[in-house]
Ligand binder design. Structure first.
Ligand SMILES: CC(C)(COP(=O)(O)OP(=O)(O)OC[C@H]1O[C@@H](n2cnc3c(N)ncnc32)[C@H](O)[C@@H]1OP(=O)(O)O)[C@@H](O)C(=O)NCCC(=O)NCCS
Length: 154
């Protein structure tokens, strides 16, 4: 029996473990701080899949996106299921929960960016009714308050 419920602050250690599975290792403390920030925002929702025997076996983070280029929509920002519990419908239940949350907020679309290396997620999302609409490159650049000159001078 799997219970899909909103995450709470005390879920941080297990969410951190599963974040490591996703390829984003993080300490329980740091995850606790992230959770605190995210849970405080009404535009964000985290659901966990909780089981009596194994505890949390998956989580999903969805958020309302407000941009100039599109209408309000929900974006899935993170999703992971414990490797030992895959292909048992957990991912489906988590995505369905976020879709229901988005619809209840009046949002008409859910979007997700999926790394091309996450090969198992592509047939999964297609099976869930998602259409692939484009492929992007992700660019990043570190910035700091001190600026590049200050960084160069030490
Ligand atoms: C992608 C992921 C969340 C899927 O979770 P899951 O619990 O195994 O998926 P489900 O069992 O709910 O599968 C739902 C449907 O997708 C299909 N599906 C899932 N994985 C699949 C795969 N690798 N190949 C083909 N179909 C797949 C299932 O057959 C099922 O179809 P059905 O309900 O019509 O029978 C899980 O594999 C995972 O955590 N992967 C690593 C992290 C990741 O890629 N996250 C997504 C980041 S955007």
């Amino acid at each position: 029996m799997i219970d899909i419920r909103p995450a709470t602050g005390s879920d941080a250690p297990r969410l951190a473990q599963l974040s490591g599975v996703l390829g984003y290792p993080v300490s329980s403390d740091a995850m606790g701080q992230r959770l605190q920030r995210v849970l405080a925002r009404a535009e964000d929702m985290i659901f966990v899949a909780d089981t009596p025997a194994a505890g949390i076996v998956g989580w999903i983070h969805g958020a309302e996106r407000d941009t100039l280029e599109s209408d309000l929509r929900c974006e899935i920002l993170g999703l992971v299921v414990d490797p030992e519990r895959r292909n048992q419908g957990v991912g489906r239940r988590l995505v369905t929960a976020i879709e229901a949350w988005a619809a209840a907020r009046g949002l008409e679309e859910v979007a997700v960016r999926s790394n091309i290396t996450r090969v198992e997620s592509h047939p999964f999302y297609e099976r869930m009714g998602y259409a692939r609409v484009k492929t992007s490159h992700i660019y990043r650049k570190p910035v700091s308050k001190r600026g590049p000159d200050a960084r160069r001078s030490g």
